[in-house]
Design a protein around this ligand. Structure first.
Ligand SMILES: Cc1ncc(COP(=O)(O)O)c(C=O)c1O
Length: 381
C-alpha cells in the first residue's frame, strides 16, 4: 500500500486496500501509442480537422460567441444565441418538441432523475443502467427498483406493484454489453401502465437508427417516450448532452434540475463543435464505414471461431467474455504487446470481467483481422 495513503482516515484506507486485494484498483492509464479499439470516438469526429475548422467558424459567426468561456450559468450570463441554435437544431434533427443542453451526459442524467420523479413515485431501471442514472436516482426522493436486464416479464411484475407515477429507465445501447432493448415492447408496457419511459441514447447517438439519430426515432410511437438523453462525448466527438422531450419537461428542468441551474454553461467552442459534428453526421459517410467495419468484425469472429466468447452485437461495442479465470487478463496482455489499445473492464464497472472492443469508422480491415488473430492465438495458448 502506498505510504501516501497513511494520511487517509482508516475507513478510506480499508476501501482502497480492498480494491487492491480484489485486483480492482483504478488508476490513470499510461498514454501509449497504439491502434484505437477503446475510445468512444466511433466516427472519428473527435480527431476531425474539418469539424475543428467548422466549429471555429460557427463559434465566431454568432454575436457574443467570441468568448473563451460561457461566463456563467445559462440562467445568468451564460445563455447565448449559439446555445439556442444548438437546442433548436438538435430538437428538429431528432424530431422532438423541445430540448435542454447540459454540460455532460452525467449532468443530464443527474439533473433529470434527481428532479423529475417526486416523493411517492417509483423509478424502475434496467439492472445494467449507467452509473449517472443510478446517481440521479440516489438523489431523488422517489422509490426505485431494478428489473433484470432486458427482462420485460420482470419489469411487468414490478410495474404491477409500483406506486405513484412510474418512470422506466433504459439505455438504447448498453455501454458495457453492446446490446439494445426492444423499445417497441417497452413503449407498449409504458402505455399499458401509464408510465413514463426515459431512454438514454448516449452510445446510439450518431451511430444507430435512421441516419444515426438514435433508436427512439425508429419506434412506431416514439412520441410516447417521455424523455431521451443524447450525449456528445461519444460519436459526436465533443462534450455535453441534451435532454429531449416536451416543452413542459424542458420548463421543469430549467427550474428544478440543479446541474443545469448551478453550473457554468458549455463554452462557445463546444457548442460550435456540436453543430459542426451534426453537419458531418448528415452526410452518413463515416457511419457507412463504421457499419462496414462491424460486418468485417462479425465475419472475422466466425472465421477465427470466437463465437463462444463474443456476443452477436451489430453495434460498435463488441464484448469478449472470459471463459475461464484470468483469460481476459491473458488476452489483454497479448493485445497490448501487439500494439492494440483495448480496455479490460472489471467489476464494479461491469458485473463480470470482459474486454470491451470499440469499433470505429477509421479502423482498417487489416487492423480488425490482426486484432482477432491475436485474440484467437492468446485464447488457444
Ligand atoms: C449510457 C451513458 N449515459 C451517460 C453517460 C455520461 O455521458 P458523459 O460522458 O457525456 O458524461 C455515459 C458515459 O459513459 C453513458 O455510457
Amino acid at each position: 500500500m502506498s505510504y501516501l495513503w497513511c494520511m487517509l482516515p482508516e475507513k478510506l484506507r480499508k476501501k482502497l486496500a480492498k480494491r487492491i486485494a480484489d485486483d480492482q484498483l483504478r488508476s490513470l492509464p499510461a498514454q501509449t501509442p497504439g491502434i484505437d479499439f477503446y475510445s468512444n470516438d466511433y466516427l472519428g469526429f473527435a480527431r476531425s480537422e474539418r469539424i475543428r475548422r467548422a466549429a471555429e467558424r460557427y463559434a465566431k459567426r454568432r454575436a457574443g460567441s467570441n468568448l473563451n468561456g460561457a461566463t456563467g450559468s445559462r440562467l445568468i450570463s451564460g445563455h447565448s444565441p449559439l446555445a439556442a441554435q444548438v437546442e433548436k437544431r438538435l430538437t428538429s434533427h431528432h424530431g422532438a418538441e423541445a430540448g435542454l443542453l447540459f454540460n455532460s451526459g452525467y449532468d443530464a442524467n443527474l439533473g433529470l432523475f434527481s428532479a423529475v420523479p417526486q416523493r411517492g413515485d417509483t423509478i424502475l431501471y434496467d439492472a445494467l443502467i449507467h452509473a449517472s442514472i443510478r446517481d440521479g436516482i440516489r438523489l431523488s426522493l422517489a422509490r426505485s427498483a431494478k428489473f433484470k436486464h432486458d427482462d420485460y416479464r420482470d419489469l411487468e411484475s414490478k410495474l404491477k406493484r409500483a406506486t405513484g407515477h412510474v418512470y422506466i429507465a433504459v439505455e438504447s445501447l448498453y455501454s458495457m454489453d453492446g446490446d439494445s432493448p426492444d423499445l417497441n415492447r417497452l413503449v407498449d408496457l409504458t402505455e399499458r401502465y401509464r408510465a413514463s419511459l426515459i431512454v438514454d441514447e448516449a452510445h446510439a447517438t450518431g451511430v444507430l437508427g435512421k441516419k444515426g439519430m438514435g433508436l427512439v426515432q425508429d419506434v412506431e410511437r416514439s412520441d410516447a417516450v417521455f424523455a431521451r438523453i443524447h450525449t456528445f462525448g461519444k460519436a459526436i466527438g465533443a462534450h455535453g448532452a441534451i435532454v429531449l422531450g416536451t416543452q413542459g419537461l424542458v420548463d421543469f428542468l430549467l427550474n428544478f434540475a440543479h446541474p443545469f441551474i448551478y453550473s457554468t454553461a458549455l463554452p462557445p467552442h463546444s457548442l460550435g463543435t456540436i453543430l459542426a459534428a451534426y453537419d458531418e453526421l448528415v452526410t452518413g459517410l463515416e457511419r457507412a464505414e463504421l457499419v462496414r467495419n462491424i460486418d468485417c468484425f462479425r465475419k472475422g469472429v466466425q472465421q477465427f471461431e470466437l463465437e463462444a466468447h463474443s456476443k452477436n452485437n451489430r453495434t460498435p461495442i463488441q464484448i469478449f467474455e472470459a471463459q475461464y479465470p484470468n483469460s481476459c487478463r491473458v488476452v489483454a496482455e497479448a493485445l497490448a504487446k501487439s500494439g492494440f489499445l483495448i480496455k479490460r473492464i472489471q467489476p464494479p464497472t461491469a458485473a463480470r470481467e470482459r474486454l470491451r472492443i470499440c469499433l470505429h469508422s477509421f479502423n482498417s480491415e487489416a487492423e480488425i483481422e490482426a486484432l482477432l488473430q491475436t485474440i484467437s492465438q492468446a485464447c488457444r495458448s
